[in-house]
Design a binder for this molecule. Sequence first.
Ligand SMILES: NC(=O)c1ccc[n+]([C@@H]2O[C@H](COP(=O)([O-])OP(=O)(O)OC[C@H]3O[C@@H](n4cnc5c(N)ncnc54)[C@H](OP(=O)(O)O)[C@@H]3O)[C@@H](O)[C@H]2O)c1
Length: 249
Amino acid sequence: MPNRIALVTGCSRGVGAALAAELLRRNWRVHGISRSAPPAELIEDGLVHLPLDLSDVDAVGEHFHASFANDLHLEAADQIALVNNAGVLAMAPTQGLDLRQMDAAFRVNVTVPAWLMGWFVQHTPEITRLDLVNLSSGAASSAYPGWLTYCTSKAALRMAGRVVAADVAEQLALSDRPIHVLDYAPGVVATEMQAEIRSAAPSSFPRSERFHDLYEQDQLADPSAPAGEIADLLERRNPPAYDERRLGS
Ligand SMILES: NC(=O)c1ccc[n+]([C@@H]2O[C@H](COP(=O)([O-])OP(=O)(O)OC[C@H]3O[C@@H](n4cnc5c(N)ncnc54)[C@H](OP(=O)(O)O)[C@@H]3O)[C@@H](O)[C@H]2O)c1
């Protein structure tokens, strides 16, 4: 049986918890990061939980020291995956942006995921397949009123993935490395993030009606749908160096 390891951020609920469950079912070794505890079943099924606040760059830097690669047994793995799934909305109208909230959201949505891609490129053995997955959104390319922080940070994360792929393609030091970057948009999923969107006042999020309609028409995907697709994409043979997918594509 192949020795595959995944680090999934945002494993306590939503898409991240569903993906951790799916990968454990497929016999991956799974480590997960979140501030709150993941569901007990995930721990029982083998999830190694790392309680960490991804907006705290000092804590992240302390944790991801060089010997953490040994703790993860990266040298023994046939395949390694980083899934940058944790994300926050930080909704606010342009005239009401909170500097600290924005800064923390950018750390969670862009700074730390982008840095983690670099950490994994640095610490993955050269011959080992490395998959870097960034949870994207339609908001990475469409402007939503009230979502300045979310749209901007998701667009930046998408670009970070493209730059990593360009580094792999053009930097001699990385040439011939089996590194694959996937930008994956999960669609509209029934998670706490969607509940937060529906709870926004139309004055701060003028497009809330669409999300209420989707909810009332039972159009939200179950988290297991994107989780299953991401797991399938991680397990496909010969993936491209860079790929963009969305739920159902
Ligand atoms: N749901 C959708 O419709 C939708 C649509 C498009 C894209 N997405 C993207 O899909 C991903 C997952 O979304 P979701 O709907 O599953 O979100 P969710 O239900 O709100 O879950 C977010 C996860 O991120 C973790 N997280 C948030 N802030 C964190 C921090 N400071 N440190 C560590 N972990 C943190 C949370 O854990 P703790 O709170 O325990 O720390 C939680 O496990 C996100 O990147 C989101 O942008 C979702």
